[in-house]
Design a protein around this ligand. Structure first.
Ligand code: ADP
Ligand code: MG
Length: 360
């Protein structure tokens, strides 16, 4: 038996910027996906997950011609197909998946599954870390059909204990960003997931492309400056303009956050969180009532420096910057308020930056 592990991630700031070649600032978290493998003497992949009842078996010979099944196994099988494209020789094996990342909550259970699957299927073959992240991104784009950026897979691969990462999604490189000692990253799960999520994500990707057509010569929204945006604004329809404005300002906020973290300026870091949330709510329109409630509630509590939705939106989690020592009271009060309003118990997770994917 062999075992592999890849973490989920929480994005601190830089939301919906990764697929526009922009900047993001995530950490890998203490929740992740573990896969145990056993070699088979038949050439097939046998997939099972402790989180799902249905299993799937696919012959290696059928992989290249496979169609997506709108099933959880599309993630590992998409990875297997990308490995084939690279010329990796796959072996017949059993893959038993067991993950602690909640699914569909914006903590990237999908990237944890992809990256752990890639390590399992590679079975000791070397693949450069950035290539590993890109391969998993291609699996999600090409086979699952989600036009995602590189953030989730990159964070799962490159996570580092004790430091966040400022990731340049065009260069696919990062700079480590130690967080000030006095602050905790606290995730609050709204426990809701509105159906709109996947289609709205695709719409946002398309609207950003539409906005980009108003900036001839620019390869991505990441290249648009605030001045250029202001000069072009009058000629851009309202919706793509708002999406572009979010991107231009969000990239700026990521850099500001980086600088504020270096100075341990918690108040500034928190203020940028709040501005990011407002922009996601008003310009990008990916928040929802429950996330807005969680952010507004958090901002009234002692020791809270900032709060914002994190991940794709339409449910999932908020991320909060809470002064050390105030986490427990924060969790208790958030649960009480959310239960009183929505009759749901939100999971509250205090997390630190964790190490990335590895063989166990
Ligand atoms: P997120 O990445 O934010 O958690 P996604 O919708 O991108 O949400 O990915 C969730 C999907 O990933 C699930 O619906 C499922 O298909 C797959 N998945 C995640 N974790 C597991 C798991 N432990 N076992 C099997 N499939 C999983
Ligand atoms: Mg995902």
């Amino acid at each position: 038996m062999k075992a592999y592990y890849a973490p989920g991630r929480v994005n601190l700031i830089g939301e919906h910027t990764d697929y526009n070649d922009g900047f993001v600032l995530p950490i890998a978290i203490a929740l992740g996906c573990r896969i145990e493998t056993r070699e088979l003497d038949v050439p097939e992949l046998r997939l099972s997950s402790k989180q799902y009842a249905d299993t799937r078996t696919v012959a290696l010979a059928d992989l290249a011609g496979l169609q997506p099944a709108k099933h959880w196994s599309d993630y590992p099988l998409g990875v297997a197909r990308e490995l084939l494209v690279l010329g990796v020789e796959l072996k017949g094996m059993v893959l038993e998946i067991d993950a602690t990342v909640p699914t569909g909550s914006g903590l990237s259970s999908s990237a944890a599954l992809e990256v752990a699957s890639a390590l399992a299927l590679l079975d000791g073959h070397e693949l450069e870390k950035a290539e590993l992240a890109r391969l998993c991104q291609r699996a999600e784009r090409n086979f699952v059909g989600m036009p995602c950026g590189i953030m989730d897979q990159y964070a799962s691969v490159f996570g580092e204990q004790g430091a966040a990462m400022l990731l340049d999604c065009r260069a696919v490189t990062h700079e480590r960003v130690p967080l000030p000692a006095g602050v905790s990253v606290v995730v609050v799960n709204s426990m809701v997931k509105h159906d709109l999520g996947a289609s709205a994500y695709r719409d946002r990707v398309a609207q950003c492309q539409e906005a980009l057509t108003h900036f001839p010569g620019k390869a991505a929204l990441r290249d648009v400056t605030l001045g250029e945006l202001e000069r072009a604004a009058a000629g851009i329809p309202e919706v793509p303009l708002a999406r572009a404005r979010h991107n231009v300002l969000e990239n700026w906020r990521v850099r500001q956050f980086h600088a504020a973290a270096a100075e341990a300026d918690l108040a500034r870091m928190g203020q940028l969180f709040v501005e990011s949330h407002r922009s996601l709510r008003d310009d990008y329109e990916v928040s929802c009532e429950e996330l807005d409630f969680l952010v507004d509630a958090a901002l009234t509590l002692p020791g809270v420096q900032g709060a914002r939705m994190t991940g794709g939106g339409f449910g999932g989690c908020t991320v909060n910057l809470v002064e050390k020592g105030a986490e427990e009271a924060f969790a208790k009060e958030m649960r009480a308020r959310y239960q009183a309003r929505y009759q749901l118990d939100p999971a509250v997770i205090v997390t630190t930056p964790c190490a990335g994917a590895r063989s166990l």
